[in-house]
Design a binder for this molecule. Structure first.
Ligand code: ATP
Ligand code: MG
Length: 450
């Protein structure tokens, strides 16, 4: 019959267990006498069986295990070096019926620790690669160089934004739809010291309010049915050390406004369904096309959150208040693929229009016109008719008689040139069509800056 495990065999059985463990083990009793070591302990430390039955401190000067016996505290990862051996030791008291009756020391050779640290390094590198991949997925592409415009209003907005990028204060960008708020937000991030990290845009108006909370703050394990097994980090966590762009902040539901305020104040967040707090370091840039002061006044937006966000305010002006920028914007958009030339009259029509959709609308209009043009010259006929009608109306209302005559004259000449051509042959033909001499045509072209 083989040996059975019984109370009598208990000590021997545990000894056998200790012998097959891959870590070094040394046990002392409450009088600090060594009661057991396993072969691995000898292998790692060089200490042999002769120590058994002897007081530990007599043979191992500087041993911390007697201390564990006294204070009953666990010590983990203590580094030890004796002659040419290096190892790490974990120490713990042995407690029986609530009393410390001994202590155990478990040691790992540093070659083993070395292997683990190599593995840790590999894992860290993996994490870094994944992080940088994620950063690339959340990359801001625009910089201040992409913001076209020479008007005082735009220059002022750019100057404030450039100063804002030197800090991590919250920024609130306001301005009508299509004025370039996102362009400003991205440029600030790209010029800031956070540029190597993620720029995470969230459209607070586009995500259903029931989802927005977990999108922003993430959720813990089992927070709700269909939740991912290990939970999911929210966009705040994704933006850690980077920038979170809260677009359309004016549309954020009020229950979330309170939570957002708390996170911004504490710089800590709790995932939905979790109690654990996580520290976050995120720069907030918020934007809205709404009149946010009015939202605050009507109690649709929390006043305390407004003040929290409104540290640096950037007001992006509508296009109709900076018409001097229209030519530059047309030029940059029209030269994106091929070079197009907008005839002066077409530019005048575009300048007379009010641009409710701002730069987005202007860009689309330019794209439309280049698509409609028969050659590289873009005329009034190539513009969308509703813009021409509205532009003409505005123009006529504010025109003197002389301006009107000059405008009509230019329109006629331009029309003739675009049908006959802009080369010498075309100009000769255009003069004929217009019923003037070629010399008069040249004079007029010069006088009318054409
Ligand atoms: N100053 C500028 N120079 C060149 N392009 C610009 C400028 N401002 C805006 N744009 C372009 O106009 C378009 C609209 O800009 P953007 O999306 O930043 O506007 P927005 O203010 O965020 O609009 P919305 O309120 O509708 O979200 C984009 O294609 C952007 O690149
Ligand atoms: Mg936007």
């Amino acid at each position: 019959m083989g040996k059975e495990i019984s109370m009598q065999h208990g000590a021997e059985w545990w000894k056998a267990v200790a012998h097959c463990i891959h870590d070094g083990i040394l046990v002392i009793d409450k009088h600090e006498i060594v009661r057991m070591i396993n072969p691995e302990y000898t292998k790692i430390t060089g200490v042999t069986q002769h120590i058994i039955g002897k007081p530990l401190s007599a043979y191992r000067r500087g041993a911390k295990l007697p201390q564990t016996l006294k204070d009953g505290k666990i010590r983990a990862g203590v580094y030890r070096k004796t002659e040419d051996r290096e190892y790490m030791v974990d120490m713990a008291p042995i407690i029986l019926d609530g009393e410390v009756v001994g202590a155990v020391s478990v040691c790992k050779s540093l070659t083993e620790v070395d292997k683990l640290s190599q593995e840790l390094k590999r894992q860290r590198e993996k994490v870094e690669t994944l992080k940088s991949r994620m950063n690339r997925a959340y990359e801001a592409k625009y910089t201040f160089e992409d913001i076209m415009g020479k008007s005082d209003k735009v220059k002022k907005a750019i100057s404030i934004a450039e100063k804002a990028s030197a800090s991590s204060f919250p920024v609130l960008i306001t301005g009508e739809s299509g004025t370039g708020k996102e362009l400003f937000a991205q440029s600030i991030h790209n010029k800031s010291e956070r540029s190597g990290r993620a720029f995470v845009p969230v459209n607070c108006a586009a995500i259903p309010s029931s989802l927005l909370e977990s999108e922003l703050f993430g959720y813990g394990e089992g927070a709700f049915t269909n939740a991912k097994k290990n939970g999911k980090p929210g966009l705040f966590e994704v933006a850690h050390e980077g920038t979170l762009f809260l677009d359309e902040i004016g549309d954020m539901p009020s229950s979330l406004q309170a939570k957002l305020l708390r996170v911004l104040q504490e710089k800590k967040l709790r995932r939905v369904g979790e109690t654990k707090e996580r520290e976050i370091d995120v720069r907030i840039i918020a934007a809205t096309h709404r009149n946010i002061e009015q939202l605050v006044h009507k109690n649709h937006f929390r006043e305390d959150l407004f003040y929290r966000l409104n540290v640096i305010r950037i007001e992006v002006p509508p296009l109709r208040e900076r018409k001097e920028d229209i030519s530059i914007l047309i030029e940059s958009q029209a030269s994106e693929f091929t070079s197009y030339i907008f005839e002066e009259e077409a530019v005048r029509v575009l300048r007379s229009y009010e641009w409710p959709g701002n730069i987005r609308e202007l860009k689309n209009t330019v794209d439309y016109a280049t698509c409609m043009a028969d050659n590289e010259y873009i005329t009034v006929e190539n513009l969308p008719s509703f813009i021409v009608k509205k532009g003409e109306k505005n123009k006529e209302e504010s025109e003197t008689l002389q301006e009107m005559i000059r405008r009509r004259e230019k329109e006629y000449i331009q029309k003739a040139l675009s049908t006959c051509g802009h080369d010498i042959k075309g100009k000769k033909k255009a003069a004929e069509v217009l019923g003037i001499s070629l010399a008069t045509l040249y004079n007029k072209l010069k006088k009318l800056n054409m």
